[in-house]
Design a binder for this molecule. Structure first.
Ligand SMILES: *[C@@H]1O[C@H](CO)[C@@H](O)[C@H](O)[C@H]1NC(C)=O
Ligand SMILES: *[C@@H]1O[C@H](CO)[C@@H](O)[C@H](O)[C@H]1NC(C)=O
Ligand SMILES: *[C@@H]1O[C@H](CO)[C@@H](O)[C@H](O)[C@H]1NC(C)=O
Ligand SMILES: [Zn+2]
Length: 310
């Protein structure tokens, strides 16, 4: 399983072994389902190497899903032993999220673990996309040197230099209220990059497509929506961007829903070739909370310029 997932042109998600139950006795509100499952991380408070606690396998599954763990012996991937491999993976996770890399499941770590996030992993094929790569660029308006923390997918996949106009279509399952927020996100990318975008009809061919899906929406692609991921997208030239329909979405910022346009900005970044960024303010930072509204950041634009100018 593990090797197949790391194809940059397909969705790069790990199938979560504990798939959301099919035909799940529904329909408690989607957010209830999600939060109750993430709550189990709270029971791990204070855990560290040497501990053996019932919920540790869930932490392992989480870290494996997002690329931090890859046990050579799969038996250890599903047990409740807090071993060296888990400690090391947890420290890497903590570093990526600006938490003291103690290897202990502390409050700061738990609060990050329970924050919903994009389904694209932070680490693929051993490459930690979120670690600073020391790229320095000189800000044009001052002499301040800043280090950028944008990243690309494995092998730097991108659209050919002749392909600056990309078409997108909405699959028929997209609710009509989502159309304007996504179109607005495309406009924001258009005004900050060399790309132009145009919507085409649902039944036409397009470079990019937007859909709403739930759970393991098998279309031959290895991926699954679960309680952690809210949306995902493929690297160029994949062109697929999916929202999780089990999450609550809003056009205007709302305290109990994810902001459609902000999440679209993030996923379009993936469609153009950006990976996750370490910078909190960057749209390519992996997590999103209810009500959170974000915009493109200088780090995101610097990433696109760097990707397409070499
Ligand atoms: C993953 O890394 C291995 C070893 O470096 C390499 O051979 C393989 O092509 C990589 N896979 C992808 C999808 O880039
Ligand atoms: C972890 O192990 C220590 C002993 O090393 C024990 O005191 C502690 O209660 C354990 N924590 C949990 C959450 O199981
Ligand atoms: C995997 O680990 C288990 C438990 O420690 C052990 O019994 C088994 O032999 C290991 N398998 C391999 C292939 O090393
Ligand atoms: Zn993402």
């Amino acid at each position: 399983m593990a090797s197949k997932i790391f194809q940059p042109i397909s969705f790069i998600f790990l199938i979560f072994i504990l798939l959301a139950p099919i035909g799940h006795a529904k329909r408690s509100t989607p957010s209830d389902k999600k939060s109750s499952s993430l709550d189990s991380f709270k029971k791990l408070k204070g855990c560290h190497k040497g501990n053996h606690t019932k919920e540790i396998h869930k932490l392992k599954a989480y870290l494996e899903q997002f690329g931090y763990l890859n046990y050579p012996n799969k038996t250890h991937a599903t047990d409740d032993d807090f071993d060296d491999i888990l400690e090391s993976a947890l420290k890497t996770y903590q570093k990526n999220y600006h938490i003291k890399p103690s290897g202990i499941v502390d409050d700061a770590t738990i609060s990050k673990l329970i924050t919903p996030r994009c389904g694209v992993p932070d680490i693929v094929n051993g490459t930690n996309y979120m670690q600073p790569r020391g790229k320095k660029h000189k800000s044009s308006s001052s002499n301040i040197h800043t280090v950028s923390h944008y990243s690309f997918f494995d092998g730097n996949p991108k659209w050919p230099s002749t392909k600056t106009h990309l078409t997108y279509r909405f699959l028929s399952n997209v609710p009509s209220y989502a159309i304007n927020p996504v179109a607005s996100a495309f406009q924001k990318w258009e005004s900050s990059t060399h790309f132009t975008f145009a919507q085409v009809q649902t039944n036409q061919n397009s470079d990019l497509e937007i859909g709403f899906f739930r759970g393991n929406h098998g279309d031959g692609i290895q991926n699954a929506f679960d309680e952690k991921s809210i949306a995902h997208a493929s690297a160029p030239p994949g062109g697929r961007f999916h929202y999780d329909e089990d999450d609550k979405w809003s056009v205007e910022p709302a305290a109990d829903a994810f902001h459609l346009e902000s999440v679209a900005l993030h996923e379009i970044g993936h469609l153009l070739g950006l990976g996750h960024s370490l910078v909190n303010a960057a749209i390519m930072y992996p997590t999103f909370s209810h009500g959170e509204v974000k915009n493109l950041d200088a780090d995101d634009i610097a990433g696109i310029i760097a990707l397409y100018n070499h």
